[in-house]
Design a protein around this ligand. Structure first.
Ligand SMILES: Cc1cc2nc3c(=O)[nH]c(=O)nc-3n(C[C@H](O)[C@H](O)[C@H](O)COP(=O)(O)O)c2cc1C
Length: 316
């Protein structure tokens, strides 16, 4: 059996596979043994109570889905007393994902949720920044630096920063997050998209635009994980379209230390268990004894890759 253990900073995970925030709920325990996952990442919570976006909130697309759920929330007290306890009994590190509207709100929410039963905070800075006309924090280097520094000052807990693939210069954004004190980068959230029903001529989502996820975005996510890996020294967690063990290895070769599985769990709630089981077989086939040794091992013509990486870091 291959050793599937990986490290994300100081945190040791029994394997690199964890759910992506918002694509996983306590009901998944009927299909997956939570004690066998690398970590448990919970749906983002925001400090303000919110109803979420207008319906319909999801729409199917070729090789993916569009969603515009918003972050429906009953606030941090409700989350702490009613949502979190269900996840803390499996001996698996719990990752609490936080979204907020402003820098101060983010810092306060992270401070409040830095609880002993929480292993890691994931700051979902792909959400709208109400101090910048609703543009996501992670679209811009300065706002990324500002919000991540404020979060760093507010907690001693490890925290990961989840970026948006909608920024073209993700390597620079990841570097700003690292310099501001992030412990790891999660690359990344959904790609902004839109679809229209030709019969009604209306957008299929109530909120008009939404986030595209699933296999359709996988090559974008692999490219961005590699750009982040080449730009920072902190670990990168890959996310976007993962549905097989091969996908996990591909993301690790690109530079991921661990991965998150989102949309695939809607199609098959037991998919993460199958991916983990498949990793043992795949590592045997690939002659890999320790899965962590795969991180960043894509074979590249260094000169060529340095050239396009410089280009990618300048664009945007
Ligand atoms: C229905 C749905 C809800 C989501 N909710 C959240 C969320 O609350 N917080 C967050 O950071 N990302 C959220 N995401 C984004 C996912 O965590 C993930 O980053 C994205 O879907 C790409 O991964 P995938 O292609 O494997 O789904 C959501 C995605 C979907 C499809």
């Amino acid at each position: 059996m291959a050793n599937l253990e990986v490290r994300v900073g100081d945190l040791c995970l029994r394997n690199p596979v964890m759910p992506a925030s918002g694509c996983f709920a306590i009901e998944h325990s009927e299909a997956v043994d939570f004690g066998k996952l690398g970590a448990l990442v919970v749906k983002s919570v925001s400090p303000k109570c919110r109803a979420g976006n207008p319906t319909p909130r999801v729409a199917e697309t070729p090789s993916g889905m569009l969603n515009s759920i918003g972050i429906p929330s009953k606030g941090l007290d409700y989350y702490r007393s009613k949502v979190l306890p269900a996840y803390t009994e499996f001996g698996t590190p719990v990752v609490v994902s936080i979204s907020a509207d402003t820098v101060d709100e983010f810092a306060q929410a992270v401070s409040t949720m830095s609880l002993p039963e929480v292993a890691v905070i994931e700051a979902n800075i792909s959400c709208p920044n109400l101090e910048a006309d609703g543009m996501a924090f992670a679209m811009d280097v300065d706002t990324t630096y500002k919000v991540v520094s404020a979060i760093r000052r507010s907690t001693h807990h490890p925290f990961w920063v989840k970026l948006t693939p909608n920024a073209s210069h993700v390597g620079v954004i990841a570097k700003a997050a690292e310099e501001a004190g992030a412990d790891a980068i999660v690359m990344g959230n959904t790609v902004l998209g839109m679809s229209i029903d030709v019969h009604t001529r209306k957008p299929t989502l109530g909120n008009v635009m939404g986030g595209l996820s699933g296999p359709a975005i996988k090559p974008i996510a692999v490219r961005m994980v590699h750009q982040c890996y080449r730009s920072v020294r902190i670990p990168v967690i890959g996310c976007g379209g993962i549905s097989t063990s091969e996908d996990v290895v591909e993301f690790m070769l690109a530079g991921a230390s661990a991965v998150q599985v989102g949309t695939a769990s809607f199609i098959d709630p037991g998919i993460m268990q199958k991916i983990i089981d498949g990793l043992h077989d795949l590592c045997r086939q690939l002659d890999v004894e320790d899965i962590h040794t795969l991180t960043g091992q894509v074979k590249l013509d260094r000169q060529l890759s340095d050239r396009w990486l410089r280009f990618a870091q300048q664009s945007g």
